[in-house]
Design a protein around this ligand. Sequence first.
Ligand code: ADP
Length: 487
Amino acid sequence: MRVVMVGAECAPFAKVGGLGDFIQGLARALAATGVEVQVLLPYYRGLLPEPFVSRLEPLDVAVSIPLDGAALECTCWRLRAEGLDCVLIDPAGDWFRRPHVYGEPDDGLRFALFARAADALLRRPGWRPDIIHCHDWQSALLPALQWAVTDAGEPPVRVCLTLHNLAHQGLIEPAVLARLGVDVGTLLGPGPLDDPAAPGRANLLRGAIHCADFVNTVSPRYAWEVLHTGQGMGLQGVLQAHVDKFGGILNGIDDALWDPRTDPLIPVHYGPDSLSLKARNGEALRRRLGLRARAAPILAVVSRLDAQKGVELILGGIDSALALGCQVVLLGAAPDAAVAARFAAKREALADCPDAHLELAFDEGLAHLIYAGADMILVPSRYEPCGLTQLIAMRYGTVPLVRRVGGLADTVVDANHSDRPVGERNGYLFEAQTTEAVHAVLGRAAWLWRHHPDHFDRLRDNGMRADHGWRRPAARYLDLYRGLLGA
Ligand code: ADP
């Protein structure tokens, strides 16, 4: 079976958040089962880490797409590294020669262009896959293109769409699609890209939900929430209409890459059988970030800093943790200037505090050290399609404190309030989006850390021994592909 993943991120080549981990992890896990998997990404010139640039091989395949009535040539580069087989699409011009993966004023056109080029490539002789698996809005034009045009004499290619975040849907002007030579008349007015909430505009994600053969979210609970709890962000109607091809598959993490027994980015290796060594990573973390040496639990936050992640609750949680005698490390990047300013002000206010460090950046190496060195991680999301930081933290014996929402609710079992066996409890949950609720959950965790460290270690141990790897979810995706192929 030949599967092609199409998306905007794939770690370690391009990563902004969990999408990068997801495509990397699923592609590697499927490849391990013998599936032929290829990942299609834009070639982000200037962002691809240097060691990989020298490994690019130009591909002898001509892809050209219409742009403003002329032909835009796209070079395709093959990158085989880290157990992944990628094709990087490189349209002539500066479309992907930007300082960031996202956040450019012409993102709509840039990613529509990427999806259009991916579609053109996958129609070339020898390139047609069995399954096209798209991710989020950046590749969401592709299912609509496949739906609209079937290659003569060929059955349609089966298309899956995974929804990692409904907040970003790719709302663009039809004129943008027309610039790319897309048959706007078939897709809009009326057509699958119509959005009743945004008349006159094209909604790429909505169109992909309509046109794909299967659609899933990255946790079962989020699939239910988007249908029934007002979290559908305007897409609940189209998802209801297609509920027979909609479900939720819980994400995994790549447990070969995220493994405290072998992780090259942490100073002291440890595992469930040598948990006491974890404390030495805590010491290294304190030294690196200038925290004083103290017998206190370290609370971590590793997150994109935006409204989804619960900005108020993160800021309130920092104050609560310090008031409860914890130490705090935060690693986060805020794409929005107003949010960035709030965290910069907090960092300023805590500049002389020996128990807190806020690092406002994206730093993969520091993230690993934090997972290894911290005792608890706070994830107070307003909504969370799956969430990977709680899974990674558990793998490193760092206890998650999370809001009972989406994939967080599917993966964290409360230490005190649960009907599940003690051997499955791995963290703490809270419901209300209030600083009081965060304070209470921090109080429960800090109390256990201080007064019953053996019980706290039990929570760490349960999290470390649980199987959150990709094997199980990859088997679910494989079943799904087989079902679509009638195999
Ligand atoms: P989302 O995809 O919504 O950002 P997830 O929890 O699914 O959230 O995935 C976040 C991923 O990004 C994790 O691998 C986490 O370690 C990583 N990450 C988030 N912020 C940073 C940062 N500032 N520096 C390094 N890694 C980060």
